[in-house]
Design a protein around this ligand. Structure first.
Ligand SMILES: [Zn+2]
Length: 218
């Protein structure tokens, strides 16, 4: 009887699930991950809205991101693969390629403010149902040269809501397409899902099943 109870205790799946949705700083698992939260900047814009470019207020003050543990483990898989790429697209990357995070977990209160600026659910999730970012299961990111920190050339800037941000947009130089496709294939290899309207957005499968949060970033 004791053995059966013990077995039951150790096989309860709830333990691993609760750890997987814990918010953590992904740099704890990936020390060389570069984080540049654009919502801490004084000069970040939503680009190409119907009324033009709109400058965003500074939503966060601290350049420290959080994601759920499951996403952090997947980001580590991606970064571990990218670090081994020393040459690509005719360029050499002596220390490999890396990831640069523009946004991860986002408090739900910030989602209300973003939606007020651009209430188009293709690009900004309705805060009433919540964004996958509000659940810590989505990341906006790009690729960098790990030896210089320089971003690889991509189709658009972050938060440029034009057609060129779409994954299916190919009226671009071949090297730019190759960079976008490299990011996509390594993120898919790590288990992330793509978002067709934004080349920079990736999320864990089932991201909408994780709890909505309004934990404030410092
Ligand atoms: Zn996103």
């Amino acid at each position: 009887m004791k053995t059966i109870l013990l077995l039951l205790f150790f096989s309860l799946p709830v333990f691993s699930q609760s750890a997987d949705d814990e918010l953590i700083n992904p740099k704890e698992l990936i020390p060389d991950l570069v984080v540049d939260l654009r919502y801490t900047a004084n000069d970040h814009y939503f680009l190409n809205l119907p009324n033009g470019d709109v400058k965003l207020p500074k939503f966060y003050t601290n350049n420290e991101t959080l994601v759920i543990l499951r996403a952090a483990k997947m980001l580590k898989t991606a970064q571990d693969s990218l670090r081994n790429i020393k040459s690509f697209n005719g360029n050499s990357y002596p220390e490999g390629i890396g990831l640069k995070i523009w946004d991860g977990y986002r408090p739900r209160s910030v989602q209300y403010l973003l939606f007020e600026i651009f209430p188009n659910p293709v690009y900004v999730a309705d805060p009433n149902s919540g964004s996958m970012h509000n659940r810590g299961g989505a990341i906006d990111l790009t690729l960098i040269d790990l030896s210089t920190g320089e971003e690889l050339e991509m189709p658009t800037e972050f938060d440029d809501f034009s057609d060129a941000a779409g994954l299916g947009y190919n009226d671009l130089p071949q090297n730019v397409i190759n960079n976008r496709e490299m990011l996509k294939s390594v993120m898919q290899y790590a288990g992330f899902l793509t978002y067709s309207a934004e080349w920079w957005h990736y999320n864990v499968p089932g991201a909408n099943t994780y709890p909505l949060r309004d934990y404030q970033l410092k």
